[in-house]
Write a protein that binds this ligand. Structure first.
Ligand code: HEM
Length: 270
């Protein structure tokens, strides 16, 4: 919290606009570098808001406040639509324009976005290789480590199901949250009941669909990002050292909430 006396509060001081406008440290004189920096900074601000909302979502789950949880997820998915759409703005920069300052920012890469990784970790994609990438940056590594030993969003959701009377094995409820989640028949069966009798569990049914929107939008963003990468640098390797678009294509099938996807095959006729 910042402390500003009432007579000091105005648009510029409250929002720290001067400080914000001072944060675009160009490394070249190329016209398009400003766009490149601004768009990444805007993404980072939205990532911060998404983390803020995910922490609120956990509080909603812990309080079994499903209605508010749905509201929180709906805000996140609305932000995601902005994130997906604003890639269009960056696509107004041509490969030729980007190539003129790309070397200046090497080895910086979105790969190293700690907030993007915090969202992934909290949603279940905890990855030791990613954690080790931050070895030389202890403060950033500590930010990520915070999420390694805590239950994921999906763990919290499954605990809600258990408290609502669905049979969930102890092995799932007390699993080692540092390990990747393994899909489970009992969890799938619980979600199947919700989808087969929506009117009997309407709040949970709506919650499941909201979570799926979040998961789907995350992958839609990955897809839009990789297409933007392809049209800007083709199949070149990334500034972060990966295989570039080829690596990114491999990430677009990742899932935060697997049984929410698996249940679809069990609905209706085959
Ligand atoms: C011209 C624009 C961009 C290009 C060419 C580009 C390229 C790449 C490449 C090649 C990677 C793979 C890692 C590497 O080796 O560097 C990557 C990863 C990533 N980029 Fe971008 N990117 C661009 C814009 C953005 C923007 C605007 C964001 C918004 C924050 C972003 C966020 C990320 C993230 C989070 C990753 C890690 C994805 C993962 O590992 O699943 N990128 N980018």
């Amino acid at each position: 919290m910042q402390s500003l006396s009432h007579d000091q509060v105005n648009y510029m001081t409250y929002l720290k606009v001067s400080e914000l406008l001072d944060l675009q440290g160009l490394l070249s004189t190329h016209h398009d570098e400003m766009l490149f920096i601004v768009i990444h900074q805007v993404f980072e601000l939205w990532f911060k808001q998404i983390m803020h909302e995910l922490e609120e979502l956990i509080r909603c789950f812990e309080a079994d406040n499903i209605q508010r949880g749905i509201k929180v997820i709906n805000r996140i998915t609305t932000i995601q639509k902005v994130l997906i759409t604003q890639i269009d703005v960056l696509e107004t920069m041509t490969p030729t324009e980007f190539s003129e300052f790309r070397d200046n920012l090497r080895p910086a890469s979105g790969f190293q976005s700690v907030q993007f990784r915090e969202i992934e970790f909290l949603c279940g994609l905890k990855n030791e290789n990613i954690l080790n990438m931050f070895s030389g940056m202890p403060l950033l590594k500590a930010r990520l480590e915070k999420w390694v030993g805590v239950p994921t969003i999906y763990d919290h959701f499954i605990r809600v199901l258990a408290r609502r009377g669905f049979t969930i094995p102890d092995g799932v409820l007390n699993r080692n949250v540092q390990e990747p989640y393994q899909t489970n028949e009992a969890v799938l069966a619980a979600i199947e009941v919700i989808y087969k009798q929506p009117e009997a569990h309407y709040d949970l049914y709506t919650l499941c669909e909201a979570l799926l929107n979040f998961d789907e939008n995350f992958n839609l963003w990955r897809y839009r990002h990789v297409k933007m990468v392809e049209r800007t640098i083709g199949m070149k390797t990334g500034t972060g050292g990966s295989a570039g678009a080829k690596y990114l294509m491999g990430t677009i099938t990742s899932r935060f909430f697997p049984e929410l996807w698996d249940v679809r095959a069990l609905i209706g006729t085959y």
